[in-house]
Design a protein around this ligand. Sequence first.
Ligand SMILES: Nc1ncnc2c1ncn2[C@@H]1O[C@H](COP(=O)(O)OP(=O)(O)O)[C@@H](O)[C@H]1O
Ligand SMILES: [Mg+2]
Length: 357
Amino acid sequence: MSTPTGWRREGNLPAELTSFVGRTRLLANLKRHLAESRLVTVTGIGGVGKSRTVLRLAHQVRSQYPDGVWFADLARLQDAGMVKHTIASALGIADQSSRAESESLSEWVGDRDMLLIIDTCEHLVQGCAELVHELLEAAPNLKVLATSRQSLHLPYEQVVPVPPLLVPGDDPAESLFTNESVQLFALRAGAVVPDFQLDEDNITAVAELCRRLDGIPLAIELAAVRLRALSVEQILGLLADRFSLLAGASRTALPRHQTLRAAIGWSHELCEPAERLLWARLSVFAGDFELDAARFVCSDGRLPSEDITDLVTGLVEKSILLIRSNHAGVRYKLIDTLAEYGEEWLDSSTSSARPSR
Ligand SMILES: Nc1ncnc2c1ncn2[C@@H]1O[C@H](COP(=O)(O)OP(=O)(O)O)[C@@H](O)[C@H]1O
Ligand SMILES: [Mg+2]
């Protein structure tokens, strides 16, 4: 596999689209492990911040890798047989004609001094593990940083769990105002209500909300969106009712993955029926997409193509879709944990949820 002209030695790291909060100790730990191990796998539940933390780290350590830091996102990949191809594409060296892509891929990496990030491996653990092993054996200067809900089970793998953000009360010496969950809520709140400020009047409710959401960043982001129509107190009240109902009378707290599901479920219910349908249908996109593609793929008699723009805007406002604009135009991306939820919903609802054509 030859290096195509125009290959960029610096890598292909996506830009960070929103501000990053906290995680000082975790980032320092990850740097240390990355210096000592050739394979570091970052694990944790969906929405806890694996991808985001790794992206932050990647930007911080970028200058240490003369042959670049490379990011391959497997989130929406269904087929283990495509892992190699996806990684080769991320590296900008995909070769359509090559059948033995993995062989040439490791040959190509050779003695390049680079960091390869493989984001979201959990549904393809076996395929990823085999490829990573092969690459690490063949390429002595390669390092791999993976994210996955479960480890790759390789003997030399360093597994680093990502816990939720600290919530108020975790560190009794810390002020509520500087707690990282509270900071994240405040930043996202500021994007929804520009004059939002943490103050003595709302800090207790914000702190309690972050505790209820177990410090899970995705859940915090989804809750902050509700400020468009509700006060922090009101969000907290509705959420507390909802969660205690789910947890049952005898239990006060939900397990974390249920907290996230409940937070997503709440956002889902608050979407218009047409937004829900579009959310589900957008889950077929493997990566980011343009508005025209969404119109083409997702519209039918139930979702008229002229409504798609407004519905996409609605989903962006609810933090279901990420928006990414560059010189080539605007692209959208369904956050992977939310894509999964949409896909399940599509599977469980009647076939009429699928576009008819
Ligand atoms: N430390 C952080 N600061 C700011 N935003 C964060 C942080 N950690 C996670 N997020 C945001 O929370 C959401 C979920 O994080 P993500 O990394 O996608 O989770 P995971 O990969 O574990 O499923 C994303 O929108 C991400 O940008
Ligand atoms: Mg992720």
